[in-house]
Design a binder for this molecule. Structure first.
Ligand SMILES: [Zn+2]
Length: 460
C-alpha cells in the first residue's frame, strides 16, 4: 500500500469514528447540554417556583418567575427555556409585557424578546444594583413519571404504607425541566437562591429546600413556601409532599449554630430519631475534612423520600430504610464490615453538600468531580471514626465494583455523563493520589482548599 493511500485510509477511518460518536447525539442533546445562543447572554439570579399537584390526575400546574441579568447587551435576542414534553408553557411575560413563544422545538421553547432592547450588561453583585429582569412563565401538564427513581427521573406519585399520597421528584441527569421551565444548564445556578411554594390538601405537609417562609391553610388547601438564599442546582429543587412529621436540633459547627431539621413519615418517627443520630457525626467528620458545611443560612435537612436517596441541597432525600449500609449491604464487602457501621445514604448524599452542591460541575461530563470525591467521603468518614486502616480497607474493598468499561469523563456539551466507574475507581484514584502525596495534613488542606476556593462555584 502506498503511503498516500494509507494516509487517506487512516483519515477516512478517523472520520468514520468521529461521525459515529457524533451520530449518537442529536440537536436536542446539544440544546440541552451546551451554553447556546439562547442561554449565554443572560444569567439566572433567582427562581421562584409555585406549584399545585393533582395527585388523582398525576398532573401539576404552576409558575416560575425567573429573575436574570443581561451578560451580553443587544436587541436581537431569543430566550431558550427548557421544559420537557409533555409539559407545556401556558403564558410568558417579561417585565410585565406579554411575550410570544416563537416555536417549540422538542423539549425547548424559544421565546421572542426582540422587542426589548437590552442596552447594557448588568453586574453580578449583591444586593442587586439594578432590579433583575423578571420572566414569569405559567405551565401545566402531566410530568414524566420516574419508573426507577433515583436512577431515572421524573415525578413520583406513590402511596405510603398506610395508603396515603406521597409525592416527590428525582431528576438528576434528566434535568429539572422534566417538571418546571428553567435554563436547564448546570453552569448557571440562580445566584440569589430560589423558592418553592406548594399548594396541597391540608391533610398533607409540603417540605422543600432551605427554610420555611410562608405557611397557611385556606378552604382545605395548605400553602407552604420554602426558600434557599444560596446558589443551587436546578435538579436539587424538590417538593416532598406527604404525611410528614418533624423534629429539629442545633449543631454547633465550625461556622456557628447550624439548624438541623428532620422530616419523616409519621409512622417512622421513632426509628428515624435513632438512625438520624448519625447526622451530627457526619457533620463533625466532614467539617474536619472539607471545612464548614457550605449552607449554614439554609440549614441542613434530611427528608424521607419515596426512593433510595439524592443530594438535594439543604433537603437531602433519604430512603435507606433506617438501616446501616447500602440498603443493609456493605459495599466494600470487607471482613470487618466497615460499610455496615454507618448509614450509606446519610454519609454519601450529605457528602455531596460539599462536592456537587458547593462545588458544581458546569457539564455533567465532569460528574466524576461530584461522585469520586463523594465516594471518597465514605472512606474518610470510616477513617475518622474507626482509624486509617479501616478507611483503607473500605476503599480497597470497593475496587471489586470497578467495571473498567469506558472513560469516567463523558462527551462534553450533550448532557451525557461518563462511566459509573466515577464512583469506586474515582475514589480509589483519590486514595492513590493521597498516598503519592504521603502527607495527610496537606491532603486535608487540599480538600478544605477546594471547598473554599470554589465556594458556591461552578467548575470544569
Ligand atoms: Zn452520589
Amino acid at each position: 500500500m502506498n503511503k498516500i493511500f494509507k494516509a487517506i485510509l487512516i483519515f477516512n477511518f478517523s472520520l468514520v469514528i468521529i461521525n459515529s460518536i457524533n451520530a449518537q447525539f442529536t440537536h436536542q442533546d446539544t440544546l440541552r447540554g451546551s451554553n447556546g445562543p439562547g442561554r449565554d447572554w443572560w444569567d439566572v439570579k433567582k427562581y421562584s417556583i409555585s406549584i399545585q399537584p393533582d395527585y388523582a390526575n398525576k398532573s401539576i400546574k404552576g409558575s416560575n418567575e425567573i429573575e436574570f441579568y443581561v451578560l451580553k447587551a443587544g436587541s436581537d435576542k431569543l430566550i431558550q427555556i427548557d421544559l420537557q414534553q409533555p409539559m407545556e408553557i401556558q403564558t410568558a411575560t417579561l417585565d410585565n409585557q406579554k411575550i410570544e413563544v416563537i416555536k417549540r422545538e422538542g423539549n425547548v421553547y424559544w421565546l421572542d424578546v426582540k422587542k426589548i432592547n437590552f442596552s447594557k450588561t448588568e453586574k453580578i453583585i449583591y444586593p442587586p444594583p439594578v432590579r433583575p429582569h423578571k420572566l414569569l412563565i405559567t405551565f401545566s401538564g402531566k410530568p414524566t413519571e420516574a419508573k426507577r427513581p433515583p436512577w431515572d427521573g421524573g415525578w413520583i406519585f406513590k402511596k405510603d404504607d398506610k395508603g396515603r399520597p406521597w409525592m416527590s421528584v428525582a431528576c438528576q441527569g434528566l434535568g429539572a425541566s422534566v417538571w418546571y421551565p428553567c435554563k436547564d444548564y448546570q453552569g448557571d445556578e440562580p445566584d440569589f437562591g430560589a423558592t418553592v411554594t406548594m399548594k396541597v390538601p391540608d391533610t398533607l405537609v409540603a417540605v422543600s429546600n432551605g427554610k420555611l417562609f410562608t405557611n397557611g391553610v385556606t378552604q382545605g388547601i395548605r400553602q407552604e413556601g420554602w426558600t434557599v438564599q444560596n446558589p443551587i442546582n436546578n435538579y436539587n429543587l424538590i417538593p416532598y409532599i406527604g404525611k410528614y412529621v418533624n423534629w429539629k436540633e442545633t449543631y454547633e459547627g465550625e461556622k456557628g449554630k447550624l439548624e438541623c431539621d428532620y422530616w419523616v413519615l409519621d409512622y417512622n418517627l421513632e426509628k428515624a430519631k435513632e438512625q438520624f443520630k448519625q447526622v451530627p457525626m457526619m457533620l463533625k467528620a466532614f467539617e474536619h475534612w472539607f471545612g464548614p458545611y457550605p449552607f449554614y443560612e439554609d440549614g441542613f435537612k434530611l427528608i424521607e423520600a419515596p426512593h433510595l436517596g439524592m443530594e438535594h441541597q439543604s433537603a437531602i432525600a433519604y430512603g435507606n430504610g433506617f438501616k446501616n449500609g447500602y440498603r443493609g449491604r456493605d459495599l466494600s464487602n470487607s471482613a470487618a464490615g466497615w460499610g455496615l457501621k454507618w448509614d450509606f445514604i446519610i454519609v454519601h448524599e450529605s457528602g455531596h453538600e460539599w462536592f456537587a452542591n458547593n462545588i458544581t460541575t458546569i457539564d455533567i461530563a465532569d460528574m466524576w468531580v461530584h461522585e469520586s470525591f463523594t465516594n471518597y467521603c465514605e472512606t474518610l468518614f470510616t477513617e475518622y471514626y474507626y482509624g486509617k486502616e479501616a478507611g483503607s480497607d473500605y476503599c480497597i474493598g470497593t475496587r471489586k465494583l470497578i467495571s473498567n468499561d469506558k472513560p469516567i469523563i463523558g462527551p462534553y456539551g450533550v448532557n451525557k455523563e461518563g462511566s459509573g466507574d466515577m464512583y469506586y475507581k474515582g475514589g480509589n484514584m483519590l486514595h492513590t493520589i493521597r498516598h503519592v502525596i504521603n502527607d495527610d495534613e496537606k491532603f486535608r488542606t487540599i480538600l478544605r482548599g477546594l471547598n473554599s476556593k470554589f465556594y458556591h462555584s461552578v467548575v470544569t
